[in-house]
Design a protein around this ligand. Structure first.
Ligand code: PEP
Ligand code: MG
Length: 585
């Protein structure tokens, strides 16, 4: 259908700033591959049950989308109703079941065969409108398949400069999309601190997530404008809208180059307090940017990206070489390397094959728990050997994620001691004083920070997870993202208590969650006693400019007032008042 389509505006969560223009490229429909294999006669019932379960899940998802659309867009509403009817159409369901039973094939293949038969019927119809309904069948198929597979996607190949549109993207997909030089990312699902969002920011790809139904309104090749800071997506923009956003793009670019010009100035407050600003990175290729943006070093290197999307597991040597290359590139600047933090939304092929079948992966065998369990322990051991060997080459700290308390920290140290003893026995050099620190990212750790402080060399507060676990809100779930609130009074109390415990024990404490890179929040963190922040490299200039404009003594007064306020909105308002009164430096 080629007649001009009206401009559509949607508001989502802006997770990576920047304005971009491009042609939409929908991911899903044609890239999702249905695995095909034969099954035993005994497994037929299981395959049919899987199919029913996936259809039920698809139906529920569509019902939810409809609920939201009802008052907004009648025609989309009807299309989704048609999709729901298709889900239960006997030509689809009964035919797929018959294929499974008669040909002894898996549910995905049976469904694909049934869909192919329906497509063939549509293809033979003369009427163009009806022929186009074929894509609706594919759409329904793709949704059921996604549910059968648990959000699986094949290799992604969008053209350069495309705006990628997807229901959701895994962090591994996003990293891969960066390599294809896409212009922007927009998704139905996702939250501000989902790893997909973090990667988009690291690679400076404008992105808007949590749009709920954007995949229902955009078609491949539609012209799209994204405002990644404001979280706005415009489909089929008018000439006036394009003009307006071109102006805004110029304004934003001028503002960021003015900030960029100040990158070598010290991050010193007006009352003389030096704040250390570090970068969060996912690999050595991000170092050049981090230094360029004025980061003093790396406060968080997420090593799990050595595992994600990789069929071969990293060896001790991979860890060693990567860490040494990092230290070389940093040329004397410090780096904090976090041992691998896999699980929940960060999956690796070996973990998927283990098929843990967890009802709540965010509360499951992830992160340090995986490292201490049989499944992950050899990998953890290899990583520690590689890292300790690299520690002889430059200033490095090692950090452990998701520590729940002192018992777990001690269990980790037992493994570190084993590795140290091995290296010593083998005559291999390492830094015997390498600092071992922990992430504070669950309430249990925050509440026992005073106890942990006597056994950890440093703390790094992972606010992305700390908010998730404190608020009981999944950081990648767009339906509850309104509760994901860094300035909730509970967060202020926890960060303040952790900072106080670290100060008392005289150990360093950094904040390395995404809130560290939000200049609007900097006065709160500094007022709570934080003097080290680690963030996406691109945020460093803006945070530095805020730090240079403020006084810690004023920030402490803002915090004292904020601590008496009952809601995040009220806290945000007083910080905003303070920030508005600051003079630019
Ligand atoms: C955090 O949880 O704040 C953090 C920095 O770790 P990640 O985002 O990798 O979970
Ligand atoms: Mg975390």
């Amino acid at each position: 259908m080629s007649e001009a389509r009206p401009e559509v505006r949607r508001q989502g969560l802006g997770v990576s700033p920047g304005i971009s223009f491009g042609r939409a490229y929908l991911i899903g429909r044609d890239t999702l591959k249905a695995p095909r294999h034969h099954v035993e006669a005994d497994d037929v019932d299981t395959e049919i049950a899987r199919l029913h379960k996936a259809i039920g899940a698809s139906d529920k998802q569509l019902a939810k989308i409809k609920e939201k659309l009802a008052s907004e867009n009648e025609s989309d509403f009807h299309i989704i109703t048609a999709h729901q009817l298709m889900l239960h159409d006997e030509h689809l369901v009964e035919a797929a079941k018959a294929y499974i039973k008669d040909e002894l094939i898996n549910a995905e293949w049976g469904l694909r065969r049934a869909v192919d038969d329906i497509r063939a019927v549509f293809d033979s119809i003369e009427d163009e409108y009806m022929r186009e309904r074929r894509s609706d069948v594919e759409f329904v198929f793709e949704r059921v398949l996604r549910n059968l597979l648990g959000r699986e996607t094949g290799p992604l190949n969008p053209p350069p400069d495309a705006i990628v549109v997807a229901y959701d993207l895994s962090p591994a997909d996003t990293a891969q999309l960066h390599k294809s030089a896409v212009a922007g990312l927009i998704t139905d699902a996702g939250g501000k601190t989902s790893h997909t969002a973090i990667i988009a920011r690291a690679h400076e790809i404008p992105a808007v997530v949590g749009l709920e139904t954007i995949t229902e309104v955009i078609e491949t090749d539609d012209l799209v404008v994204i405002d990644g800071a404001a979280g706005i997506v415009i489909v089929n923009p008018t000439a006036a809208t394009v003009g307006e956003y071109r102006d805004e793009q110029r304004r934003q670019m001028a503002a960021s180059s003015a900030l960029y010009a100040t990158r070598d100035l010290p991050a010193r407050t007006q009352d003389g307090v030096d704040v250390l600003l570090f970068a969060n990175i996912d690999g050595p290729d991000e170092i050049a940017d981090a230094i360029d943006y004025g980061a003093m070093g790396v406060g968080l290197y997420r090593t799990e990206y050595l595992f994600m999307g990789q069929e071969t597991l990293p060896t001790e040597d991979t860890h060693y070489q990567t860490a040494v290359s990092l230290l070389d590139k940093l040329a004397g600047r410090p780096v904090t390397i976090r041992t691998f933090d896999l699980g929940a939304d960060k999956l690796a092929p070996f973990l998927e094959r283990a098929d843990l079948d967890e009802a709540n992966p965010a509360l499951g065998l992830r992160s340090i728990r995986l490292c201490l369990a049989e499944l992950g322990r050899p990998l953890f051991h290899a990583q520690l050997r590689g890292l300790l060997r690299a520690s002889a080459h430059g200033p490095m700290k090692i950090m452990f994620p998701m520590i729940s308390g002192t018992a777990e920290l001690r269990a980790v140290k037992v493994v570190v001691d084993e590795v140290r003893a091995e290296l010593t026995a083998e005559g291999i050099a390492f830094d015997p004083d390498v600092k071992l620190g922990i992430m504070i990212e669950m309430p249990a750790a925050a509440l026992t920070a005073d106890l942990l402080a006597s056994e950890a060399d440093f703390f790094s507060i992972g606010t992305n997870d700390l908010i998730q676990y404190t608020m009981a809100v999944d950081r990648v779930n767009e339906h509850v993202s309104y509760l994901y609130e860094p300035l909730h009074p509970a967060m202020l109390r926890m960060i303040g208590d952790v900072a106080a415990a670290a100060a008392k024990a005289n150990i360093p404490v950094t904040v390395c969650g995404e809130m560290a890179g939000d200049p609007a929040i900097a006065p709160i963190l500094l007022g709570l006693g934080i003097k080290e922040l680690s963030m996406s490299a691109v945020s460093v200039p803006e945070v530095k400019s805020r730090v240079r404009a403020m006084k810690v003594s004023d920030a402490q007064n803002v915090v004292a007032a904020a601590r008496r306020l009952p809601t995040a909105a009220e806290i945000r308002a007083i910080v905003s008042d303070y920030v508005t009164g600051l003079k630019p430096t």
